[in-house]
Write a protein that binds this ligand. Structure first.
Ligand SMILES: Nc1ncnc2c1ncn2[C@@H]1O[C@H](COP(=O)(O)OP(=O)(O)O)[C@@H](O)[C@H]1O
Ligand SMILES: [Mg+2]
Length: 363
């Protein structure tokens, strides 16, 4: 939980903010810095921006200081500080917990957030790599083992790709691949199993939210993991299938010079009433599906982690009709987690909701 947050030189924001443990509303005109504020909190949980194009744009343009600082007191009386600086054109980050420098992975384990922003529509409507990034991000928040396994898998791919290229150029022997095939299968199978397992446990709340919260708009929303090596998480031959696929595809991989098989090519299937939503859903339905998935992630993280996740909702009301706005307000109110929700106008929220909750002003 965030008890206070102090921003110095962080884009257009500057000041000390005191949120409540419950719901914090940030209502301000476009361009006021609402998304930037949520991004500051996101930085504390990921060590980076959620606006990927904004990486490297943390420091206030008009400031002569070469750094921006995000500082926060969180529950457990810890103090987190992230200093983003620019030196000779290079972006640097310094992570501190209680004044001592820490590695990124240690720093980010102090806060868990779930963010829903307008661009998250892409999780449903976009390409498979967006879904993979989402599932990797979610699982990394929920499990250190996954995070480390993922890092290892990515390293294996880089090394293996280099070797494939060298073999194609006749600078290395094909026999050397055996070692990297095994490494790839080992860490890749771990990822596949953990993805399957987590999605299986989280799918029931996806169905439930689609039927309870957004009935009439989207029903029976299902999310499944698609791996070409197994059709169920119980499958005990994932590693064998994986390895035999690699061996069969040897010529193709050598020609391509990169690793063509593995969980870095998998996808999620998101279906409502038995139809793939990416193809048959309207934009409105796709947005709601993405929101439901985020809520299911929040539930999963709160049930499977010691610390309770913080919910960040950026500009969520503007695209919803009054009935769904109302359902959503009730839902958030009952969650009992710390939440930051932005809007451009007070009329997007009910008077009751505005009155009950903390109004956080951006100075
Ligand atoms: N590095 C920066 N320095 C100063 N202002 C910035 C910087 N980066 C973005 N901004 C300003 O932040 C504002 C956008 O903030 P944003 O959080 O997207 O607003 P909102 O979500 O309230 O519409 C823009 O007005 C932009 O000019
Ligand atoms: Mg915004």
């Amino acid at each position: 939980m965030i008890e206070s947050i102090t921003l110095q030189n962080f884009r257009n924001l500057q000041g000390n903010y005191l949120p409540t443990t419950g719901i914090n509303l940030i209502v301000a005109r476009n361009g006021a810095g609402k998304s930037n504020f949520l991004d500051a909190i996101y930085h504390l949980s990921r060590g980076k921006s959620f606006r990927t194009i904004a990486e490297g744009n943390a420091i206030n343009w008009d400031s002569s200081l070469p750094f921006a600082r995000i500082e926060s007191h969180i529950s457990g009386s810890k103090k987190l500080a992230l200093i983003l600086s620019q030196l000779e054109g290079q972006n640097r980050k310094r992570f501190e917990v209680d004044g001592s420098p820490k590695k990124r992975l240690t720093f980010v384990s102090n806060i868990i957030t779930v963010l829903f922003a307008p661009q998250d529509l892409d999780i449903v409507s976009g390409s498979p790599d967006i879904r993979r990034a989402e599932i990797d991000d979610f699982l990394s928040q929920s499990s250190k083992v996954y995070e480390e396994n993922l890092r290892e898998y990515k390293q294996v791919i880089v090394r293996r790709n280099k070797l494939l290229q060298r073999i194609a150029e006749r600078k290395a022997n094909e026999k050397e691949l055996k070692f990297w095939d095994e490494k790839l299968v080992e860490s890749g199978t771990g990822l596949i199993k953990m993805r399957y397992d987590t999605l299986n446990r989280f799918a029931p709340s996806v169905i439930k939210y689609s039927n309870d919260l957004f009935a009439g708009e989207i029903g029976n929303l299902r999310i499944e993991y698609l791996s070409r090596f197994a059709d169920s998480p119980e499958a005990d031959n994932i590693a064998d299938e994986f390895l035999s696929t690699i061996i069969k595809g040897r010529v193709k991989e050598l020609a391509a010079g990169r690793t063509l098989y593995g969980p870095h090519r998998d996808d999620l299937n998101i279906v409502f009433d038995n139809r793939p939503i990416r193809i048959f859903g309207s934009r409105g339905q796709q947005r709601i599906a993405a929101l439901i998935i985020k809520f299911a992630m929040l539930k999963y993280l709160s049930e499977n982690n010691q610390q309770s996740p913080i919910l960040l909702l950026d500009d969520i009301m503007s695209e919803l009709d009054p009935k769904h706005r109302h359902n959503l307000e009730e839902f958030i109110q009952e969650l009992g987690t710390q939440c930051f929700i932005t809007g451009t106008d007070e009329s997007q929220f009910s008077r009751n909701f505005m009155g009950k909750n903390n109004n956080l002003r951006l100075q």
